[in-house]
Ligand binder design. Structure first.
Ligand code: PRP
Length: 207
């Protein structure tokens, strides 16, 4: 599995704000929004582009557009905080949704919502979830996509645990990962260490 770590200092400064336990919800959401723009920008570098002629006020120039804008799929709840920023960069894209909550005892994802096109053949998909911990949630989401014929998945995740990366790698699913950090490990509660806590709760409050 290809893993791209975006170590740009502006991305790392937003990640630092998100890690800081003193950061309030509004500031956390703003940092996640800005960091999502940067992750999507880096992810899109390898997207196929198409050339077409464009008339400037002076002459004809060669223009560029995305050949195949991806479907954007935020994983609810926490991925919602990335959605606006990514859709703004990719305005031709459409959006699907997957709702997952991790069981606090088994740590396995419980699916409560899915809204996806039935046929994803030939359509690249950009999955948004700030955290890859055990990898159960993203593996579940990516299987839903592959079951619909998707063969090209890019996951944008702010922070990852090595255990989650290994799980996605072992799944054999067609995934590329773009992240701001591969952290040290998971703790006994399956939280990423040092991590940033729970990205859903820090944006929207505890349930
Ligand atoms: C968090 C996070 C990921 C998942 C990561 O969501 O946003 O979706 O856990 O854990 P995993 O890799 O071990 O599956 P959570 O279940 O807390 O739901 P929320 O987004 O609604 O807060």
């Amino acid at each position: 599995m290809d893993v791209l770590v975006v170590d740009h200092p502006l991305a790392q400064s937003r990640l630092t704000a998100m890690r800081d336990a003193r950061t309030d919800s509004a500031t956390f959401r703003a940092a996640l929004h800005e960091l999502s723009t940067m992750l999507a920008y880096e992810a899109a570098r390898s997207f196929a582009a198409e050339k077409y002629p464009v008339q400037t006020p002076v002459a004809t120039a060669q223009g560029t557009k995305l050949a195949n804008p991806p479907l954007i799929v935020p994983v609810l709840r926490a991925g919602l905080g990335m959605a606006d920023a990514v859709l703004a960069l990719l305005p031709e894209s459409s959006m699907g949704f997957v709702g997952l909550a991790r069981d606090e005892h088994t740590f396995e994802p419980r699916a409560y919502m899915e809204s996806l096109p039935a046929d994803l053949r030939g359509l690249p998909v950009l999955v948004l979830d700030p955290m890859l911990a055990t990898g159960g949630s993203l593996e579940h989401c990516c299987r839903l996509l592959v079951d619909r014929g998707c063969t090209d998945i890019t996951v944008l995740s702010v922070i990852c645990a090595p255990e989650g990366i290994a799980r996605l790698e072992g799944s054999g699913l067609p995934i590329r990962l773009v992240t701001a950090s591969v952290d040290e490990r998971l703790n006994e509660q399956m939280f990423i260490v040092p991590g940033l806590g729970d990205a859903g709760d820090r944006q929207f409050g505890g349930m």
